[in-house]
Design a protein around this ligand. Sequence first.
Ligand code: F6P
Length: 323
Amino acid sequence: MDKIGIFTSGGDAPGMNACIRAAVRTCLFHNIKPYGISRGYQGMIENEIKPMDSRSVGNIVQRGGTILKSARSKDFHEKKFREKAFKNLQEHGIMGLVAIGGNGTFSGASIFHEEFGVPVVGAPGTIDNDLFGTDFTIGFDSAVNTALEAIDKIRDTASSHDRIFFIEVMGRDSGYIAIYTGIGGGAELILVPETLTSVQEVADTLTKGIERSKNSSIIVVAEGDEEGGSIEVSSKVKEILGDMDYRISILGHIQRGGKPTAQDRMISSRMGIGAVEGLMYGRNSHMVGIVNNALVYTPLNEAITKKKPIHPELLRMNEILSI
Ligand code: F6P
């Protein structure tokens, strides 16, 4: 393998740049030529493929976003476009791919590998931390810290005005961001898709809080919760409680930006090295991950189909901490 293509795809995540940098430099370290593919699969289809060198990834370890840009390519769902992408890779002589992204990225990579046999190793890059085969994904820790900073600030105003705040965090179908920010931010209740929490329970928690002289409360709602997002949940609770002074704060894409934390820079760099070396040693169609602080490889189709549960111990923590 003397040429490897590197790309980022799907939602960007802080730490993707550190991963690109590590992958490029690992290639160079092993005398492999690294190629950067811009805008994920879309750039692969449109032949936005350029050689990279050590300097092209200088001064990016601390930057959020992705210098290779990202996209959610609709075209790549069609075989004729995947064929085009494969032809482009062949023209450049690229024999392996490092795919940095989440579930959608790996589904595309897995099909691409099945159809054309292109060796691919994925590095889990998504703030959602929803991929099986790794304890943490690139960007999760940074997103949690960004959300926590916001929650701390909201708490100041919530307590000044004796108000209830419903704060919505990202995570798609996963409650990881909500659990970590809720526990770290001292939320009264955390609503996640992994557990059923009725709006009646939310109302009861708020009422009990008032009885215990809690004048302000923070309810963290994962965007994928079965009761809906913060707007739906809060209006259902208001229907039960009637009089309720509350505000909603949807943190949104702020969670995806900003510089990566030390933890994210570390895991991104480890995974970038692991992805390239995985390709070199014949790991085809696998995702590199870190489990119990060791680098592991999981077949891509397991990483995308197996559900990553939230440990029950984490789920019950807030019951204890919020009394
Ligand atoms: O997967 C990352 C993520 O930020 C999710 O948490 C969120 O549901 C989604 O992407 C938002 O995607 P977009 O930026 O395309 O609106």
